[in-house]
Structure formats: C-alpha cells, structure tokens
Write a protein that binds this ligand. Structure first.
Ligand code: SME
Length: 161
C-alpha cells in the first residue's frame, strides 16, 4: 500500500497516490470495491487523517458509502453539514476548524479539520469524498490540488460506468 514519504514533497506524494488510484480504477470496474479501496488508499497514505470515505447522493440526501475510520452518521440531508453543503453547492469545502463551521456534523469527536470534495456524473453531484483530521488546519492548497485531481479521476470513472 502506498504511503506518503516524509522526505518527499507533497505534490510528488500526491502524484504517486494518484498513480496508484488510477491504476486501480483501470483494473477494476466494480464501484463499491473501488470506492472502498480508494478510501483505504487515502486513509493509509495521508498523515494525520482519522476518517476518509464517501457519501453518495440518493433521493435528496447523502447516504454513507465505503469509508475508513470510526462508524459515522449514515444519512446527511443535502445542504446540511460540510458534506451536504459541498453536495448542494458542487464545490470543494476546506474547513480549518470544524468547531467554527456552523452546522458541522460531528461523527468523531477527535476531528478538528475537514475537506469535502464533490464527485460528479455529467455535471450532477453523485456524492462526496470526505476526509477528516485531528489536526487543526490540516489541509493545505497542495492537498486541495492533489485531492481535486483524485476526485476528477473518480468522476471520470463514474462517467465510464
Ligand atoms: N463532518 C461531516 C459529517 C461526516 S463525518 O465527518 C464522517 C459534515 O459535517 O458533513
């Protein structure tokens, strides 16, 4: 399993992680298997992450999908919390301090910062990729750039299903 190298720069690490995920998406076509392994790739590779996984849009709400970390809330209305806000706006949301985000839904009390990236099929939100950290301000612009490319790869895979 790929892990970030402490002696390498962050964008190089993301290139390696992206390569591992792209190879996986090429070789396997099952959605649940791929989302499960991508959650594990991210959870295992990124330092200081305590939850990584997916919520999938179904009938006007987000339903918990494959993830790594502690058990989480199973349903989030679109527009609620960080995940529901990202799904509603179709935008990446970075929250440096979850305690300062109005409406944040706390699943793991150890989480202090969070990033949520929407996934699309032909312009419509299919779900979100959610990553939590026990560190405040964990997600830098380099993380946003690296994770946005991973989210794009997942969206391309979804469109090819
Ligand atoms: N914090 C998220 C809920 C999901 S958990 O972090 C896994 C939110 O506010 O939408």
């Amino acid at each position: 399993m790929f892990e970030f190298r402490a002696d390498s720069d962050i964008s190089k690490n993301y290139q390696l992680l992206q390569g591992a995920i792209d190879a996986h998406l090429r070789d396997e076509k099952n959605l649940i298997a791929n989302l499960a392994n991508i959650a594990s790739f991210i959870y295992t590779a990124l330092p200081d992450v305590n939850w990584a996984g997916f919520y999938l849009a179904m009938d006007g709400e987000l339903v918990l999908g494959p993830f790594c970390g502690k058990p989480a809330c199973t349903r989030i209305p679109i527009g609620r919390g960080v995940c529901g806000t990202s799904a509603e706006k179709g935008e990446i949301i970075v929250v440096p301090d979850v305690h300062a985000f109005d409406g944040h839904i706390a699943c793991d009390s150890q989480s202090n910062s969070e990033i949520v990236l929407p996934l699309f099929i032909k312009g419509r939100v299919f779900g979100v990729l959610d990553i939590d950290s026990p560190m405040f301000d964990r997600f830098s612009q380099a993380d946003v750039d690296g994770l946005a490319k991973i989210a794009n790869s997942i969206s391309r895979f979804l469109e090819g299903m």
